[in-house]
Ligand binder design. Sequence first.
Ligand code: CDP
Length: 204
Amino acid sequence: MRFTVAIDGPAAAGKGTIGRAVAAKFGFGHLDTGLLYRAVGARMLAGEKAEDAARGLTPEDLGDPDALRTPDVAQAASKVAVIPQVRSHLLDFQRAFANRSGGAVLDGRDIGTVICPRAEVKLFVTASAEVRAQRRMDELAGRGLAANFAEVLADVKARDARDADRATAPMVAADDALVLDTSDMSIDEAVAAAVAAVEARKGA
Ligand code: CDP
């Protein structure tokens, strides 16, 4: 069975948490596509040309996800993500994952629009920039990383602007996506809404 759930949205909106919960609930695989861009960004910070890094990306580059989930790597990721050749090197891997049998959840920025335009379920998860910055602060604190709210908010806003304004695969809700504004929702409520959307489509 092929069944794809596409989850897009701006930085720190909770896509990963929702994606993991939906995947666990239905026994689907989950791919955080942001990690691919973060891994390319990390290799660029280490001195490699972004395009070469994307072409040569290996599973080992994703071996330590927490090392990639830092503000510096996030900024580098959104810079390499504007390069069309970087995006095209990462396309086949993402599409192959989406088509795996047993179902797949992918979260990112262009899953419902470019990677999987025929996904069975499309969600666009968002929240105010302030709420998202606070969630990222909490996540960093949970990993023992100190952060400054104003800096985290500025990072979130800078990446949103770069992601939404780029020419190739900009971040935008697909016409047929269900938009979930989670500003006033708990994570459990947001997960419940996403699960309900999948159940509605599976039963259809
Ligand atoms: O976790 P967070 O929402 O902060 O970011 P992420 O999903 O890990 O993505 C990091 C960066 O990768 C984003 O700011 C985008 O520039 C880029 N990205 C993208 O362009 N397309 C995707 N499908 C996923 C991420």
